[in-house]
Design a protein around this ligand. Structure first.
Ligand code: R5P
Length: 303
């Protein structure tokens, strides 16, 4: 039995009021502790920003170029991202439970690229997100799309269930081919996601992006989109961050690069350290030869 602690040396600092720390993330001060904790697994408290690696493309388009073998080509990239965006199928089959990164689970789905993409439903029981320890759940919202209302309802359903369990929702503004990605449209779509409860919104970069971020009361992360030359992708990320984005969620511009780790590192410099595109390109050029060996070498080495 422990001895009675009566040495008289206790310090309660009675004259020092306890200070409450303000949570660092935009719009997030009123959330419950668990939700804030999960958001801090995505956004780095030191910079308030995030570099997410999106590898969830297979949920509607199958083995996209660069994602044919996630175990060989993507696993080496994971430690270089702040958070991953992926499906539970890939998480359970390929990703180590010992990863240190946060992860955002794809929670909507249904149609393939062969069908009407906006016809999604919720495709994840929130209990499974809890079981897996997800940092957040991601859902597409097709504002202006054929199944707009259904996709908004998918999001609000996940927001309600997420609040019950302390799991934030990332609303992804999905833009159909017929819609223009301008600040007016993206301002509408991002604001709708935030007003209806999404704690984070992912959207595309556009002219006048600062109006989109200023009008959205929660953090915006920039979506990557199709593969661009490295400098252009870095310019886009730079423009988004300078325009008020609190991070990026990029896929093809990372894993389809000839040197994905170098590209991810260069993007990190832009997001977390404010490097200009030219400075970040220098980082990319320097590191590109040190990137992970090609898959055949990994196989030969028995990895
Ligand atoms: C986009 O909405 C989907 O989640 C994609 O699978 C992915 O996030 C897109 O990434 P990227 O356009 O940067 O390749």
């Amino acid at each position: 039995m422990p001895e009675m602690d009566e040495t008289g040396t206790k310090q309660f600092y009675e004259d020092v009021p306890q200070r409450s720390e303000q949570f660092f993330l935009k719009g997030a001060t009123a959330y419950d502790w668990g939700m804030q904790h999960r958001l801090a697994q995505i956004f780095r408290p030191e910079s308030g920003r995030t570099v997410m690696l999106a590898i969830d493309h297979g949920y509607f388009q199958g083995p996209t170029s660069g994602l044919e073998r996630i175990d060989l080509r993507i696993r080496p990239l994971m430690p270089h991202a702040d958070a991953l965006m992926l499906t539970r199928g890939i998480l359970r089959t390929i990703v180590s439970p010992a990863i240190q990164q946060g992860f955002v689970l794809r929670a909507s789905g249904g149609p393939s690229i062969l069908k009407e993409l906006s016809n999604e439903h919720v495709a994840l029981d929130v209990d499974d997100a809890v079981r897996l320890g997800a940092s957040a759940m991601a859902v597409q919202v097709f504002v202006g799309g054929e199944f707009e209302t259904q996709s908004v309802h998918n999001m609000t359903q996940l927001v309600d269930e997420g609040y019950r369990r302390g799991i934030p929702v990332l609303g992804v503004t999905a833009v159909g081919k017929e819609l223009v990605r301008d600040s007016r449209y993206l301002g509408l779509a991002t604001r709708m996601c935030a007003e209806l409860g999404a704690q984070v919104v992912k959207t595309y970069y556009c002219e006048g992006f600062e109006r989109v971020t200023a009008g959205c009361p929660v953090p915006i992360v920039m979506a990557g989109g199709k593969k661009l030359p490295e400098l252009e992708a870095l310019e886009m990320a730079y423009g988004a961050i300078q325009g008020g984005a609190l991070g990026v969620d990029m896929g093809r511009n990372i894993f389809q690069s000839e040197a994905p780790i170098a590209m991810l590192t260069a993007v990190r410099k832009v997001v977390h350290e404010g490097y200009t595109p030219a400075q970040a390109l220098d980082v990319f050029q320097t590191l590109r030869h040190e990137a992970a060996p090609a898959a055949p070498a990994l196989v030969a080495a028995g990895a």
